[in-house]
Design a protein around this ligand. Structure first.
Ligand SMILES: *Cc1c(COP(=O)(O)O)cnc(C)c1O
Length: 402
């Protein structure tokens, strides 16, 4: 009897073990997978954040970030999630009662408006239908209508819709005005081509947990000379996200408050990976993964949600008669694959598959194979192999360099 009980509990333990053998596969557009060498670098004893070693890590990280962001501007490392960088950009460049133009085309760009509201900044919302790219001509028109705009707030990759916006063209428009251009590049940087200086981005806001291959907890903001003029013209109400305070400390490669130094150690390793592969090659790899994923999804008869897809994720429309949660839950239960659904008004309407950072073409192929099986299981007509074949065709084509 006792032996029997023991055996049955052993079986329970064993089956739990068996379940945990399933690899968790983050195919979410943040957080994204973190490479083993980055994880190991962070598993070291904590060092003091004012030590020479800690400062050296900041020196090297900032140098690496400059190469990845394609900027000569100063970069600040903030201990926050990506939104902290957005808040820093807004609250330091636009005084209370000042005006911002928000290129509102999704859940994350709408967040710019919410940040403005919190600080008494007047946000003029230039609305674009979700899934469509922002039209630079409309930005030009809005700026002539609102010549007192201090900051234009846009997005490189709108993660809620899977859309890449024409930041280069918008940057040209903004550069002709007195306004500065703040760009949320949180899910775009490291996944999509972006030239901060050449494209006229005055404040580039980035977070650690997307294509930069780190856990959440760090935010980065680059600041141009044009932006410093705005920043120096008034006293920002922010204490923690005050860029003037950060600039004073950065002179000696320090931060005003204790940074998440363990993450900075990981950052150094993650940036070295990107630089070793080559920034342009990283962009090209993402373009290929994105093309392959889109081809696979479309071969299944599923429609892409975005008219101008971003390269770190693919968003597809949930077909009639199928529940998005059924697709996502089955992907997770059967294959350990985590994906996300839609936010706000897109809840239940789309599924978003992340393929950014520490992700390769084979991850996309296996993700598509799993999607085929899961779609068949939820009653959607699937010809096995059809998505995989379409993706392979893309991957068999010559490598396009950037
Ligand atoms: C993830 C994301 C954010 C939010 O970043 P947090 O790190 O959660 O603060 C903002 N904008 C975009 C485009 C994102 O992808």
């Amino acid at each position: 009897m006792t032996v029997g009980l023991r055996l049955s509990s052993l079986i329970v333990i064993l089956s739990k073990e068996a379940l945990s053998m399933q690899k968790p596969r983050l195919m979410t557009p943040g957080p994204a997978p973190v490479p083993e060498d980055v994880l190991l670098a962070m598993a070291q004893p904590v060092i003091h954040h004012r030590s020479a070693e800690a400062k050296q890590n900041i020196v090297e990280s900032v140098a690496g970030l400059k190469q990845v962001f394609k900027t000569e501007n100063e970069i600040f490392i903030l201990t926050a999630s990506g939104t902290g960088a957005m808040e820093a950009a807004a609250v330091n460049t636009v005084p209370k009662g000042g005006k911002a133009l928000v290129l509102n085309a999704g859940w994350f760009s709408a967040r710019w408006g919410k940040v403005c509201q919190a600080y008494g900044i007047e946000a003029v919302m230039l609305d674009t239908e979700w899934g469509q790219p922002v039209d630079p001509t409309r930005v030009a028109n809005a700026l002539s209508e609102h010549p007192d705009t201090a900051c234009v707030m846009g997005t490189l990759s709108e993660t809620s819709t899977g859309t890449g916006h024409p930041v280069e063209a918008i940057g040209k428009v903004v550069a002709k005005t007195d306004a500065v251009f703040a760009v949320d590049g949180i899910s775009g940087i490291g996944a999509m081509e972006c030239h901060t200086d050449a494209w006229g981005i005055d404040l580039l806001c980035v977070g650690s947990q997307k294509a930069l291959m780190l856990p959440p907890g760090l935010a980065f903001v680059s600041v141009s000379q044009k932006a410093w003029k705005k920043i120096d013209a008034f006293d920002s109400p922010s204490f923690y996200f005050n860029l003037k305070t950060a600039r004073k400390k950065m002179v000696e490669f320090d931060t005003p408050y204790t940074p998440a130094h363990t993450l900075i150690i990981g950052l150094k390793v993650a940036l070295n990976r990107i630089l070793a592969e080559g920034v342009e090659n990283v962009w090209a790899r993402h373009k290929r993964m994105s093309d392959a994923c889109q081809a696979g999804v479309q071969a299944l008869g599923l429609a892409l949600f975005s008219a101008r897809p971003a390269e770190g994720l693919t968003a597809f429309v949930v077909p009639e008669g199928v529940k998005d949660s059924a697709i996502r839950n089955k992907l997770q239960e059967k294959f350990g694959i985590y994906t996300v659904g839609g936010q706000d008004k897109l809840k239940g309407k789309i599924v978003r598959i992340g393929h950014m950072g520490y992700t390769d073409e084979l991850d996309v192929i296996s993700g598509l194979a799993a999607l085929e099986m899961v779609m068949a299981e939820v009653g959607y007509p699937v010809q096995p192999g059809i998505a995989v074949t379409a993706a392979q065709r893309v991957l068999l084509s010559p490598y396009k360099t950037i």
